[in-house]
Design a binder for this molecule. Structure first.
Ligand code: B12
Length: 223
């Protein structure tokens, strides 16, 4: 099973659902690619990365691993191409994320982004509810890692915008999903809102259940 999964979009699809303050300043027909990590990423990429002892300092080791994998894939596959790589964890000086990962995943058709507005007769009144993407095969067992913008590549109207599969169509299912993501995300239940083809291994769950500040100690304990 591959450790990553990519979906293509154009910048216009992304910008069209966002206010101008969050637009990416590229022409609408610019090519972009969303990169997701699948459950296999931990064993296939992260544990080998640790064995090479490449991680350093205070930065998150998973983020360092993702950066190394994407940088090397981009330079090998697209030498000389102008690629603006934006990672999920990067912030602009304004403290806004460098790209909205869930919006990018939705507009590319990779994973439906369920938001409060997707629930009719919402039971939460004015309460803020964070939205969550569900992948048709991995459920919630994946992460959205990066957006690659190919600044010099334009796509024409032959690229038809895919509709992401709506795998949680019912009101009750969406309420269950959003409540699990907002109120009980540590118990992993939101990730099983549909039957996934693969989930995180116990080792991966142990890693992500450990507070970030203690993860380096856990890695040392694993040897
Ligand atoms: Co978080 N988090 N997070 N997180 N977080 C991310 C959202 C992400 C994508 C990271 C990743 O995959 N690498 C995942 C979600 C994956 C998924 O959806 N399946 C993620 C996760 C998993 C979590 C946690 C479970 C912890 C964890 O395991 N990492 C918890 C769960 C939430 C909880 O606390 N119960 C968690 C927590 C948080 C905190 C610390 C609370 C903050 C705030 C959460 C939030 O604002 N959503 C947080 C952040 C900041 C982020 C981060 C870095 C940015 C999110 C953000 O600020 N969005 C993202 C990664 C990223 O995006 N770079 C991860 C800005 C807001 C304004 O965007 O609510 O989507 P928005 O609103 C926009 C859309 O509605 C859009 O316009 C709005 C903006 O104007 N829009 C759209 C309007 N109309 C329409 C129509 C359509 C069709 C579409 C598509 C869009």
């Amino acid at each position: 099973m591959a450790a990553s999964n990519v979906s293509v979009e154009n910048i216009g699809w992304y910008n069209s659902v966002l206010p101008p303050t969050l637009h990416l300043s590229y022409p609408d027909d610019t090519l972009a690619v969303v990169v997701l990590s699948t459950p296999a990423m931990f064993e296939d990429a992260f544990l080998p990365f640790l064995e090479q002892r490449c991680y350093q300092g205070l930065n998150d080791p998973i983020d360092q691993c993702v950066r190394q994998c994407i940088t090397s894939a981009v330079s090998q596959c697209f030498p000389g191409e102008k690629v603006d790589v934006r990672y999920d964890y990067e912030l602009l000086p304004s403290r806004k994320p460098k790209f909205l990962a869930q919006t990018a995943a939705h507009v590319s058709g990779a994973a439906f982004y369920y938001q409060k507005a997707d629930v009719t007769e919402q039971p939460w009144a004015e309460k803020k509810m964070f939205g969550v993407c569900v992948h048709p095969r991995f459920g919630g067992w994946f992460a959205i890692r990066a957006l690659l913008v190919f600044g010099d590549v334009t796509v024409g109207s032959e690229l038809v915008q895919p509709v992401p599969p709506d795998c949680v169509p019912s009101r009750e299912g969406r309420i269950k999903l959003l409540e699990a993501f907002n109120f009980h995300w540590q118990d992993w239940s939101y990730r099983n809102i549909i039957s996934p083809i693969q989930t995180y291994s116990q080792k991966q769950r142990d890693y992500f259940s450990t507070p970030p500040a203690q993860r380096v100690a856990l890695l040392r304990a694993w040897g």
